[in-house]
Structure formats: C-alpha cells, structure tokens
Ligand binder design. Structure first.
Ligand code: FEO
Length: 392
C-alpha cells in the first residue's frame, strides 16, 4: 500500500483500527479508531509526523518502504498510540532524528527508552526547513498531556494537531465524509479525553485563529478540509454555554432507587427541564461523558450495597470528578436497608469539582409519600437554579 496524497509532498500514512473496542482499557470505541501518521517531503529532507500504535506498526513500516530517506520523526505527543512505533521506525532509518518538546524528550526516554542523542528538542515557534516545506512547532501543552505540541506546515496551511480535534473513528476515507458522524465521534473524544482541559484548549485556539488553516490533520479520525467547522464545535464545547439538562447516572437493585429516579425525571420534565438518564449497569460511559459537555446539574441515584454506594455509580462519580465538566449543581438520591454511607461516598467522590451539593434524598426501603415530597423539593430546587442561570 502507498501513502495517500493530501497535497504535493504531504501524505497520510496511518493505520485504521476497525476492531478496537476499548482505549486505555476504559474508553469505549464503538466505531474503532485510526492512528494517523503523515509524511512531509521537502526538496532536501523528509519528516514523519507521529507514528502509529505498535499493534499497527507493520502498516506504517510498509508505507515507509516507499521512502528513500527519512530525516525527522516529529513526536507531537509521547502517548504510545502515536509514539509507540518510533523505535521500529528508527531501526529502519537509524539516522533519523526524533523531534519533540523538551518535556516530550523526557517522556519518550521514560516510555520508550529512547537514547537522549536520538532526540532533538524544539522551542515554541521554532521552525524546521525541509526545503520548500517549513514546519513550525507550536507548543500546546495539556491537550491532553503536558508535553503535547502541534505542527504547522506553513506553505500548505496544514495544522497537524495529534489528539486535539481528533475522533475515534475508523474510516476508509481519510477525509471527513459525513460531518454529523465525525462530529458525534469528535464530541465523544472531546468529552472523554479533552474536557478537563477546556480552558487550555480555548487558549490554544486563540493562537490557531491567527493562522491561515486550510486543513486540520489530527492523529485520530478523518482529516478536516473544512477546519472552521470542527474548530467551531470545539469552541462551543469548551465555552461556558450550558444546556437546560439534568444528567442522572444511576443503578437499581430492587426498584427503590429507580422509583426515586423515575419521580425526579417526571418532576423535572413537567417543569420544563430535560433529563439524560443512564443506567450504569448497561450504559456506555462515553455517552455519559458526552452528556456532561454542557450539563449544569448531575444527580446520582444509588442503592446501598453492604455499607456503601453501588460500585457502578461510584465508578461513574469517579469518572465525572476526573472529567471536570462544567456541572454547577450535584446531588444524590438512593435507598438503603439498614444504614450505610452511600450518599456520603458519592459526595466525597466529587471533591475535585466545584459543584454546589443540593440536599440529597436517602430513603429507607421503598420510597414513601414523604420521600417523594423530598424528591419534588429537589426537582424544584434544580428548576430554580436553572432559572437563575437563565436556562428556562
Ligand atoms: Fe491518541 Fe493521547 O493519545
């Protein structure tokens, strides 16, 4: 197979991973993913931008068979799905120099045991002339590791962004074909990976806005020939904009917690608030993450197992806390048999968030009329908060 031409001297040389269903043993990949590497050939020198996951090394190495020389391997990000094939590429082209940020050099040494002499570091805005093709390196830390950078190919106005603006989507077309499908996958990617860094993303995008960009070439998912579209979506996701939605992740064992969730849902919907409900026993964690991109309120529903929260709900709370969504209000509803600390456990799992905790509703056994009244009070409280934010 030959690399696919994007522009004169610029080629896609990545690998589609159609069958991968989990990333980091955590993130669901319903549509697989791709690891995009790019070849940039100048008059004098040739550079490879990122590599592929080691599981797909053979694909990249086959693409590289067509090269007479390789002078640089630009490692925009040290995570192994992009850097993991660098050692194999170096074996094929021993004189190639790896190019990274200073922090990237540390990580590549730690993760891949690359010798320091194989890596040269570049400063922010430093350029590398390949002969009629100029790469400008833009340090973009924290999207989503501290060492990340993007690369701007000046002559062709192509911005290579590695994970940023990426989507976990395997496709036979290297370009965006169905924008709705790509944006759904990209929102999922943003929610699962980039959401904790939304203020950083906004800052980096202000910098990108000063560049002429014809193409955005991420290292996962299709290449964007309409860069404004994907950038506008990211601008919106990273903005302070909120929707009039309550997210309810819950579990139920014998129906009591579900009855509370049901009543809460009904009350909220009657009062004009939208609800996204996720039964954590069967839900896709990526969909839960996506719902958090602009939700102002989250209410966990948990029964009590032994003395604590249901493990699936605890796991959801742990994930929500890690993703740092814009959520402003949180609460817990649930049932118990003879006591326990389920509510306290969930609230303490949210300690990293700045959300205000609204009065929880904990019920002994089946909910009674007084319990439902507490649920209605919680719904009214949420409605008034959403009113205060101008969402209703
Ligand atoms: Fe696609 Fe952060 O690696």
């Amino acid at each position: 197979m030959k690399p696919k031409k994007i522009k004169e001297g610029v080629y896609w040389a990545g690998a589609e991973d159609w069958d991968r269903r989990l990333f980091d043993s955590l993130i669901p990949l319903p549509d697989g993913t791709s690891y995009n590497a790019y070849i940039v050939k100048g008059r004098d020198k040739t550079a490879l931008i990122d590599t592929v996951d080691p599981a797909k090394a053979r694909t990249l190495l086959t693409f590289l068979d067509s090269l007479e020389r390789l002078d640089y391997i630009v490692a925009q990000h040290a995570e192994q799905d992009h850097s993991g094939t660098i050692p194999a590429v170096l074996k094929k082209f021993p004189s190639a120099m790896v190019v990274s940020t200073p922090k990237g050099k540390e990580f590549l040494a730690d993760l891949l045991e690359l010798p320091p002499e194989a890596i040269t570091t570049v400063a922010d805005n430093e350029t590398l002339d390949l002969g009629g093709k100029t790469l400008e390196f833009l340090h973009t830390p924290w999207v989503h590791w501290p060492e990340t950078m993007s690369t701007y190919l000046k002559e062709d106005a192509i911005l290579f962004t590695c994970d940023l603006f990426g989507s976990h989507l395997a496709s036979s077309n290297i370009y965006v074909e169905d924008i709705a499908k790509v944006c759904e996958a990209s929102k999922r990617y943003y929610a699962e990976v980039m959401m904790p860094f939304r203020s950083t993303i906004k800052k980096h995008m202000e910098r990108f806005d000063k560049l002429r960009i014809d193409i955005i070439a991420p290292s996962h998912g299709p290449v964007h020939r309409d860069p404004k579209c994907i950038m506008d979506y990211h601008r919106e996701w990273a903005s302070d904009k909120l929707s009039n939605t309550v997210v309810i992740p819950y579990a139920t064992m014998h129906g009591s917690t579900e009855a509370l969730v049901e009543r809460l849902t009904d009350c909220l919907v009657e009062k004009g608030v939208f609800v996204d409900r996720f039964n954590t026993a069967v839900t896709d964690a990526g969909k839960l993450a996506m719902s958090l991109v602009d939700a102002p309120t989250i209410v966990f529903g948990t029964p009590t197992i032994l003395i604590g929260a249901h493990p699936f709900v605890a796991q959801a709370a742990f994930m929500v806390n890690a993703l740092r969504p814009k959520v402003k209000f949180a609460s817990v509803v649930g049932s118990y048999g003879w006591g326990g600390k389920a509510v306290e456990q969930i609230i303490s799992a949210l300690s990293g968030m700045k959300a205000e905790i609204l009065a929880p509703v904990a019920v002994k056994g089946r909910p009674k009329e007084a319990d439902y009244e507490n649920i209605e009070r919680l719904a009214s409280d949420i409605v008034s908060r959403h009113n205060g934010l101008g969402l209703i």
